[in-house]
Write a new protein. Structure first.
Length: 239
């Protein structure tokens, strides 16, 4: 997926040009569960690790940093561990500890009445009760970025809504009017397959693997002159 987002707030992680690998996979009804989600996350992570190792072979100065395993945690569990921190601060703390973390259940309100982050009602399934007893069959894959010294989101993904999850999530958001739209009506009628899918940031991944501090070091885009000057003073050249 390649698109322009001219109203984006520009910083070292965000550009008006959005580039990512979007993927979607048809699955069976019985695969709509937490174990299948984790299995898929691990496969994606293994591909990233293989890529990091191949870069190391070609460029030994870029040593591998990725942890061996992924730490899975639900956003409600994360809130209970760090109740006094905001979502970004909670992410930083847990990823600093484990290196690679997949936060499950993003979109549904937590015990404090707030969602860890926003999700559309007609996209990921964030309402179905999973085998751990929490809401959600989706999440974000976060890596520890040693250059920026913070949690670094590399992928957002999840099992998509089925008929019941779509109906419930539209009602929770007060968006029942969408039920008559083409995609929504076909899904509710059982005419569409069940799927899992997500996006992997292309420039984000390049940033991480090449140990860059600014997305403009790996992506040609439009940057304010003030930002270019500041980056140049810090030895960072934006494309």
């Amino acid at each position: 997926m390649n698109t322009l987002r001219p109203d984006e707030h520009l910083d070292n992680l965000h550009s008006i040009y959005v580039d990512q690998w979007d993927w979607e996979k048809v699955i069976r009804k019985e695969e709509r569960n937490l174990d299948f989600l984790k299995k898929t996350v691990r496969r994606i992570y293994e591909a990233i690790k293989v890529t990091e190792n191949k870069i190391f072979v070609e460029y030994p100065q870029i040593e591998p940093q990725l942890s061996d395993e992924i730490h899975f945690i639900h956003s409600e569990e994360l809130l209970q561990i760090y109740p006094d921190l905001n979502p970004k601060q909670r992410e930083d703390e847990i990823v600093r500890k484990w290196g690679t973390v997949f936060i499950i259940g993003i979109g549904a309100p937590l015990s404090n009445g707030q969602a860890h982050d926003s999700r559309a009602a007609d996209y990921d399934d964030w309402s179905t009760i999973n085998s751990d007893g929490y809401c959600g069959l989706n999440g974000d894959l976060l890596l520890w970025n040693s250059v920026l010294e913070e949690a670094f989101e590399i992928s957002s993904m999840g099992i998509r809504v089925d008929e019941s999850a779509l109906k419930l999530q539209l009602a929770l958001r007060g968006e029942e009017y969408k039920e008559s739209l083409m995609f929504h009506s076909k899904l509710l009628a059982g005419e569409l397959p069940y799927t899992i899918g997500g996006g992997i940031g292309q420039s984000r991944l390049c940033m991480f693997l090449l140990r860059k501090a600014h997305i403009g070091e790996v992506q040609s885009s439009i940057w304010p002159e003030e930002m270019r000057s500041k980056c140049k003073s810090e030895g960072i050249e934006l494309l």
